[in-house]
Design a protein around this ligand. Structure first.
Ligand SMILES: C[C@@](CO)(OP(=O)(O)O)[C@H](O)COP(=O)(O)OP(=O)(O)OC[C@H]1O[C@@H](n2ccc(N)nc2=O)[C@H](O)[C@@H]1O
Ligand SMILES: Nc1ncnc2c1ncn2[C@@H]1O[C@H](COP(=O)(O)OP(=O)(O)O)[C@@H](O)[C@H]1O
Length: 319
């Protein structure tokens, strides 16, 4: 994998996928401010990339690549030590004997604050890129431990594929899923804050006098449908407890969900805490037709498929 010429600076590029939650059951608020969840994650073919380049100066710097395909509101992404990729590199530096200064360049494609784990993908990509850059040699298990310190969704961005997530979503069991499922993503022009959406769900439940139960497991039919790549069966089983909270905060999402249902999507669901809506399609042809129709309506649309692998090194060069 390592290539290039001369004695220049080493630069490692890694990529990690965004995700859809095909099932997300949310329990009551815990004392630590988190909620227990039972989630089924599916990694989809929309990838973030992080290029980690060794620098002579100590410390970690970060920038966004002009290759980012998003129309990014740069203010929404902190370019300081709170950036998830920077936090990941800082954590990796703590456990690496040969850590150096590093510059991280992020190519963003996953909608920001979209419920698709884009920041988590940046963190996972930064972990594997810095691990390679500094020769830290961590096992997948050690990487997963660091990932869990960075956020509930980060371990899945590292693992990829399809997986059941328990605990706060970080206790993962890989699910057998090799068959392809096709989706169309409808990103929104705004973001939703994950904690605000969880708070809204708690508020709605309190208002209705509902006491949420601890989610213990996921519906086995979902795993069977994923294993078989059976989109029609899966379409009846998609569930997201956060959807009504996202819709309560952003009522316009109802239109997108309804549009999908009346234009040939097998099912429409808000991904995670939203506001991205994921439309499940029968196959790749149906997905591209659906994406075209959505674009015609003046909305953004991205056809993707899953499962795809988790964080991976793309290149390792000398600049
Ligand atoms: C909702 C989900 C579904 O996969 O994804 P997104 O919509 O953010 O992509 C995840 O649970 C988000 O994971 P992630 O975005 O990594 O969350 P974190 O940074 O760890 O947590 C941000 C905040 O969200 C709330 N949070 C998160 C996870 C969880 N199980 N319970 C929570 O209550 C907490 O208020 C927490 O302080
Ligand atoms: N590298 C990053 N990319 C995107 N957002 C980041 C990053 N680092 C920190 N953040 C912060 O995390 C928030 C949520 O990010 P993101 O992962 O895109 O959405 P979600 O949690 O909905 O999947 C953003 O609004 C931003 O303030």
């Amino acid at each position: 994998m390592r290539s290039g010429s001369g004695g220049g600076r080493r630069s490692v590029r890694a990529k990690a996928p965004g995700k859809i939650n095909v099932s997300l059951c949310v329990g009551p608020l815990r004392a630590d401010g988190y909620h227990s969840v039972a989630s089924v994650y599916l990694a989809v073919s929309l990838f973030e990339e992080v290029r980690a380049t060794a620098s002579e100066e100590p410390g970690i710097t970060v920038s966004l690549s002009p290759e980012s395909t998003l129309d990014i509101d740069e203010l929404a992404i902190p370019l300081d030590e709170s950036n998830l990729a920077v936090r990941a590199a800082a954590l990796m530096a703590e456990v690496s004997e040969h850590a150096t200064g590093v510059h991280l360049e992020i190519t963003k494609r996953v909608p920001v604050a979209g419920g698709m784990g884009g920041g988590s993908a940046d963190a996972a990509a930064a972990l594997v890129a810095c691990d390679a850059l500094w020769g830290s040699g961590l096992s997948r298990e050690e990487l997963a431990h660091l990932a869990a310190e960075l956020g509930a969704d980060v371990p899945f961005a590292l693992l990829g594929g399809a997986a059941v997530g328990l605990g706060v979503g970080d206790r993962l069991s890989p699910a057998l899923a090799t068959a392809r499922l096709d989706w169309v993503l409808a990103p929104a022009e705004f973001g939703l804050s994950t904690p605000a959406v969880f708070r809204e769900l708690d508020r709605l439940r309190a208002e209705e006098g509902i006491e949420a139960e601890e989610p213990v497991d996921v519906e086995p039919g979902i795993l069977a449908a994923l294993r078989a790549g059976d989109a029609p069966a899966l379409s009846h089983l998609l569930v997201n407890d956060l959807q009504r909270a996202a819709v309560s905060l952003a009522p316009g999402l109802r239109d997108t969900l309804g549009w999908g249902d009346s234009h040939g999507a097998l099912a429409s669901i808000v991904s995670g805490s939203g506001p991205t809506v994921a439309l499940l399609a029968e196959d790749a042809v149906a997905a591209s037709e659906l994406a075209e129709a959505l674009t015609h309506r003046g909305a953004e649309a991205v056809a993707v498929h899953g499962p795809v692998p988790g964080a991976r090194i793309v290149s390792d060069t000398l600049l």
